[in-house]
Design a binder for this molecule. Structure first.
Ligand SMILES: NC(=O)c1ccc[n+]([C@@H]2O[C@H](COP(=O)([O-])OP(=O)(O)OC[C@H]3O[C@@H](n4cnc5c(N)ncnc54)[C@H](O)[C@@H]3O)[C@@H](O)[C@H]2O)c1
Ligand SMILES: [Zn+2]
Ligand SMILES: [Zn+2]
Length: 386
């Protein structure tokens, strides 16, 4: 089959590799019909995540048709059209039982798990996400093996196109969990840092839940413009102004109820930050997080869907304490949110597909990564078809 493989920093190639085969009785083989590139893939693409090996197949946002199924698979059958959550969860461990699927303690048996000398349980395995997360081949491919097929694969109605439901795999539940974690409700004031796909999905969900005012921070004017047309956000360009100052000035110097960091550890920060992360003296930039703390009102909440690794300097914990903030973060418990989000799509309350700007062939995936990485051609989101 053809699949997109990692070959080192900024070097990905579509190659012919062996077809996947059923390994466990509850595996399926999926024929991929659509797959997307995520901001998380960019962290891998840029060589910022340890545990990647040359030849690893990337991709964790994908859907398709069940091609083959192990004998214990009862939830789906050959021929079913399904969206696959990027988190691989067993459905029956301590964490799965409390619907914290991304903490599933049984699926990550890769070196990331074994490296863990203190035997602290590793997080769930993720598709196409380095050996730290189980080393499971991803879905930017013609075929993919999906483990735990009685728990993950989610059937979708044929009345909805691939593009309408594909983002149930990751960014839509991620935006949704982000606003729920931030406590967004009717009348909330919200600030979203990062106008990429995750920030846009968070804006859509915040609107749906009745947020009154949404500030959105980025420095790509085309992304901010789209968000202001589509979701009525107040755009703030961090190259031009200090976002927290603007947010404070527009909220009676109180700050917003809810802040979402949809940027993560590669946040564009100061020159010092660039040097420190370049030298790996610190592993994450704190630029977006500091702004989040500065933008929140007392007693407000910060929700962090953006991915962080290791440590950062200048994390103003004292300010967070002084303001009495709540902070929630982590990988999304995708399985938990898929059914209700599908209903919202069917009812027309969410239209995640409108953020798509690029529809390309899997064969052209290397070019697609470059365009999305460099924000060329006003790229917001790429969907690939094999
Ligand atoms: N928690 C999860 O389960 C989960 C799921 C999907 C993605 N993510 C993470 O969410 C983050 C965003 O993903 P995406 O697909 O939207 O990526 P993206 O790279 O397209 O978007 C990130 C945006 O942040 C902007 N940005 C950079 N520095 C900034 C700063 N200092 N302040 C404000 N904005 C800044 C960039 O210009 C860019 O538009 C990534 O870290 C990704 O790994 C997490
Ligand atoms: Zn993702
Ligand atoms: Zn589990």
């Amino acid at each position: 089959m053809r699949a997109l493989t990692y070959q080192g920093s900024k070097d990905v190639r579509v190659e012919t590799v062996a077809d996947p085969v059923l390994e466990a009785n509850d595996d399926i083989i999926l024929r991929v019909t659509a797959t997307a590139i995520c901001g998380s893939d960019l962290h891998l693409y840029r060589g910022k995540v340890p545990g990647m090996k040359d030849g690893d197949i990337l991709g964790h946002e994908f859907m398709g048709v069940v091609e083959d199924a192990g004998r214990d698979v009862t939830n789906v059958a050959v021929g079913d059209r399904v969206v696959i959550p990027f988190v691989i969860a067993c459905g029956s461990c301590f964490f799965c039982n409390i619907e914290q699927f991304s903490a599933c303690e049984t699926t990550n048996s890769g070196p990331g798990g074994a490296l863990n000398k203190k035997q602290i349980r590793p997080p769930a395995a993720l598709f196409g996400f380095s050996n730290l997360y189980g080393g499971i081949p991803g879905g930017q491919a013609e075929l993919v093996r999906v483990p735990k097929a009685n728990v993950g694969p989610f059937k979708v109605p044929n009345t909805l196109s691939d593009e309408k439901v594909l983002f149930l795999s990751d960014i839509l539940p991620t935006g949704y969990q982000a606003v729920l974690n931030a406590g967004v409700t009717q009348g909330s004031t919200v600030a979203i840092f990062g106008a990429g796909p995750v920030g846009l999905m968070a804006a859509a969900c915040a609107r749906m839940l009745g947020a009154e005012q949404i500030f959105m921070v980025d420095h790509h004017a085309y992304r901010l413009e789209f968000a202001s047309h589509t979701y009525g956000v107040v755009p703030i360009n961090f190259d031009e102004v200090d976002p927290a100052e603007v947010i404070m000035a527009n909220t009676s110097y109180r700050g917003v109820d809810a802040v979402i960091d949809a940027v993560g550890f590669e946040a564009k920060g100061s020159a010092l930050e660039t040097v420190l992360t370049g030298l790996k003296v610190e592993t994450s930039s704190g630029a977006a997080l500091r702004q989040c703390i500065a933008s929140a009102r007392r007693g407000g909440a910060i929700s962090v869907p953006g991915v962080y690794t290791g440590f950062i300097h200048g994390f103003l914990f004292g300010d967070a304490f002084d303001k009495g903030l709540s902070i929630k973060m982590g990988q999304t418990h995708v399985q938990k949110f898929m059914p209700e989000l599908l209903r919202f799509i069917e009812e027309g309350k969410l239209q995640p597909d409108i953020i798509i700007t690029h529809k390309m062939k899997l064969e052209d995936a290397a070019e697609a990564y470059k365009i999305f990485d460099k924000k060329e051609e006003d790229c917001r989101k790429v969907v690939l078809t094999p």
